[in-house]
Design a protein around this ligand. Sequence first.
Ligand code: ASP
Length: 400
Amino acid sequence: MKKFGLATRILIGLIIGVVVGLILQPAPNVARTYIKPFGDLFLNLIRMVIVPLVLASLVVGSASTENVRRLGRIGVKTIAYYLITTAIAIIIGLIIGNVLKPGAGLTLPSDAKVTPAKPPSITDVLLNLVPSNPFKALVDMNMLQIIVFAIFLGVGITILGEKGKPVLTFFDSLAEISYKIVGIVMLYAPIGVFALIVPVVATQGAKVLIPLLKLIVGLYIGLALHAGIVYSLLVKTLGKRSPGEFFKKASPAMLVAFTTCSSSATLPVTMEVTEKDLNVPKTVSSFVLPLGATINMDGTALYQGICALFVAQIFGINLGFAQQLTIILTATLASIGTAGVPGAGLIMLTMVLQSVGLPMEGIALIAGVDRILDMGRTCINVTGDIVGAVVIAESEKMKT
Ligand code: ASP
């Protein structure tokens, strides 16, 4: 097994799980009693690491606003650009999820099924962003509140300067440790995914596979729309370039991203094409691109939007307007907190699901095909960074 990469092993786990599930169809109870606990173990392992991971990585992420202060105008513009395009990406994901309904036609029972509570009012949603007791937020795994608290911590650390450094170092180290734990937990993922899918297929039959296919197609349609419409328009109007030319020049970075599934690993190529082929000055690219590779993930955001709806649909849960608004907020922040490494978006998806009370079992289904989803979303993550660099460079040109 060792000679296969993790993604392949997870896919193999999924395939074997489907086969075993089909074989066990006459005896679904066997699957539920003897195999499912191994899947539940996987879910617990992921849940275990979410809170420290999200808290620590967001504290560190927001503490690096030190750069923003220094770079003033460029920083504010860049962040605004990133937030707006990310939110648009999630909205595209939600629209596709609502129109295409990738998870419809199949209803899985879930242990963690929440009776969809009456959707809270928008005022409540906004007020509830701020935890009156941050420790309670941590204990309850209230993701939005944890995020808000983390951002406050990060900003506080930055303002304090030297004195804040020890706490920053602590969270930096905690974030690294959390990623290591995720790495360990993921070693168990092939078995976890196997054990989660067996009882599903044993109870539901082969019809569970169709939603997955629809999810893949839906995501790629969404990504293509985001690039074809949003990026093309931005490049043309604000970037003052021809979109065709832009995509042609950006394509080496897009392809590296597609194959490595890592924005961070692609960064050297991204910088090269942006500076050399797209003529973006170093002063802009050296700030906008590394920041973008860390916090700007439109593809991941779009993916989280569509996946949240997918999970809601397969568990027969109806998400109202307020809940979809919560998804836009959490997925924006989750995509910021996502590291530019393969599979990171899947882990952060748990946070989005948690924020609207969706069952985490959905992760298992998605995990089996996540590599295919990761390739597309990473490609768009990197493209979004390059568009950002071009747009910011052009707006700076007008200033001088
Ligand atoms: N692999 C993605 C990236 O590096 C992150 C993700 O998993 O969504 O951009």
